[in-house]
Write a protein that binds this ligand. Structure first.
Ligand code: FRU
Length: 581
């Protein structure tokens, strides 16, 4: 009996000690995803920095999203592949790091002539990611790349192995061939080196083994343009017609195409170069996407790339080109195709988008919702950076050209919508040259979808109309998503939302001379995605409204100025949070 009492006392003591510890831990966990600017249905890491999505793939009913991640901080650095999984493309569960930065100290020793060298120079020394700190640390970053499913064991790691291709990035000392002053050759400085590596996973993407037996599978010495520091982002896709794997990657301002049949040996085949001056930054994160033209049996290849500078809204953005692929070369549709890039998005924040592998019949793209030119201004904590909604792409022929359309994947509405609320048909008559609003009384919030058709007559053409979103209680602060029928521009204006910024760069011109437009906006705590006419054009924008009281900015209204607009099919739905337990 005494023994039993003792056991009970011991148990109570243990519980007394552990329960408070557990509940403090639970409280700390609960605090995540509740921060004032944390998007509630766009993916972000619980803590720390993320950028590009990498290695998007569906395997065994699970979608895998790997991404550029810094496990140690809320700024870019220590680049690693983070990992999250989902069964519906909407609810993501963060997983442990999948590919950590390399720490193998392997000594570097090769000669190479880049485009800026008169003759080859010697790359020799310990690789490092922190040269500025003085002492090379032996590390290499894991930059962007892709994952494929090796169903048939082509590579020899086993059936259904997931194989990752990524860029290994480091800096190393370079020296010349004059040994008179230094027995290693004269020190010329430090250079960035980028090479393509591979790693494989036999546990469904949880862990990856670096294939150092053959890494790098594409060494820097194989870079056709000799741009050793900008040779990155391999995206491997299957070419059904030629029964081979194709790897586009970027090199400066061109895409180089490599092919392989064993997934280990890669042959350089061709390059496709920039032929225009729109979007003049370095190219990044290419994708080569075979797509059926809607309503036909014809396949076209879409070459998409991210351009670091010069996009329509300023800074970074994404372009695409349509063409064919003959097994070696991307052949643009016409001789002018490469001269006239089309843009995937006209907001400031759609970048590094790539498509999922192994989703037959569906082309699903996910992007990083940011922009290198102002990413430092985004000051969220303890996380930094989030993904856009996954978008279903479709390719349509319009006249002589092909156009990509985008819609959030159906799973977004299906799993998140809490029911559709009608906002009622209405007309706004702002004939007295003034700006007039029409308050929506039965709907407000910070995470929802809203959509409406707007139409007008030429005679009473308004000079602006649309939605005021995330409006403060007193009506003084709001974000505008509108259309100006005179300039034919759909635009986002965040200059009135209480943030201390003057930018209102996100706009896109509609073709023809429309007399109606449909605007659908996915509003989240700190972002909006605008789909115009069911995804003909898209604008993605990060926003930090009403910094003092972000969650009080919930009201929603229509507005028009200097004319008359009719609003029909106006609907809205509150969205659930993807973080709810
Ligand atoms: C694009 C990018 C890639 C690179 C990665 C580094 O945003 O610059 O080209 O691989 O980010 O984090």
């Amino acid at each position: 009996m005494r023994k039993i009492v003792k056991v009970w006392i011991a148990l109570l003591l243990i519980l007394g000690i552990t329960l408070p510890v557990l509940s403090t831990k639970a409280k700390a966990e609960d605090a995540y995803y509740q921060e004032p600017y944390r998007d509630q249905y766009h993916y972000s890491a619980q803590q720390n920095w993320l950028n590009d999505p990498n290695g998007l793939i569906k395997y065994d009913g699970v979608y895998h999203m790997f991404y550029q991640y810094n496990p140690y901080g809320n700024q870019w650095g220590n680049m690693t592949w983070g990992h999250a999984t989902s069964t519906d493309l909407v609810h993501w569960k963060e997983q442990p790091v999948a590919i950590p930065e390399s720490d193998d100290n392997a000594w570097v020793d090769f000669w190479m002539k880049t485009k800026d060298d008169a003759k080859p120079v010697h790359y020799i020394g310990r690789p490092t990611t922190n040269w500025d700190a003085g002492n090379p640390n032996g590390k290499r970053y894991i930059f962007s790349g892709s994952v494929i499913l090796d169903k048939d064991n082509v590579a020899g790691f086993g059936k259904n192995t997931l194989i990752a291709y990524y860029t290994s990035t480091y800096q190393v000392a370079v020296r010349d061939d004059d040994y008179s002053k230094d027995s290693w050759g004269n020190y010329l400085g430090v250079r960035e080196v980028q090479e393509q590596n591979m790693a494989y996973s036999t546990d469904g993407g949880k862990t990856f083994t670096k294939y150092n037996h053959q890494n790098p599978v594409i060494p820097v010495t194989q870079v056709p343009t000799s741009d050793a520091g900008n040779f990155r982002d391999p995206k491997v896709v299957y070419d059904e017609a030629n029964k081979q794997w194709v790897m586009p990657l970027v090199s400066g301002q061109e895409v180089d195409i490599f092919t392989s049949t064993n997934l280990k040996d890669w042959t350089y085949q061709s390059a496709i170069k920039r032929e225009h001056d729109v979007g003049n930054g370095v190219w990044e994160c290419p994708d080569l996407i075979p797509m059926k033209v809607k309503g036909t049996n014809q396949t076209k290849w879409v070459l998409s790339i991210s351009v670091q500078q010069g996009a329509p809204a300023g800074g970074s953005g994404m372009q695409y080109f349509i063409g064919n692929f003959d097994g070696k070369t991307f052949i643009p549709e016409t001789k002018d195709t490469m001269k006239n890039p089309q843009w995937l998005d006209y907001g400031e924040d759609f970048y590094a988008g790539v498509t999922f592998g192994n989703t037959p019949g569906r082309t699903i793209m996910l992007g990083w919702m940011s922009n290198w030119s102002y990413v430092g201004e985004q000051k969220t904590s303890p996380w930094h950076g989030e993904m856009t909604l996954p978008r279903e792409l479709s390719l349509e022929k319009q006249g002589d050209s092909y156009v990509l359309k985008q819609q959030p994947v159906g799973e977004v509405d299906d799993t998140l919508s809490q029911g559709t609320i009608s906002l009622g048909d209405r007309k706004i008559n702002a004939t007295s040259k003034i700006y007039k609003t029409s308050q929506i009384n039965n709907f407000s919030g910070t995470q929802y979808k809203v959509s409406a058709d707007f139409s007008w007559k030429d005679k009473k053409k308004p000079n602006r109309f649309g939605f005021n979103l995330r409006e403060s209680e007193d009506g003084s602060k709001y974000i505008t998503v509108g259309y100006d029928p005179r300039s034919q521009l759909v635009y986002i204006d965040r200059t009135t939302d209480g943030e201390n910024i003057s930018r209102s760069n996100s706009k896109v011109k509609l073709e023809g001379d429309p007399t109606n437009v449909k605007l659908t906006v996915y509003v989240d705590t700190s972002s909006i995605e605008v789909f115009v006419n069911d995804g003909e054009k898209v604008l993605t924008q990060v926003v930090y409204p009403n910094p003092d009281h972000p969650l009080d900015s919930k009201k929603l209204s229509f507005f028009a100025s200097n004319g008359k607009v009719a609003i029909t099919h106006a609907i809205a739905s509150h969205f659930k949070s993807i973080w709810e337990k």
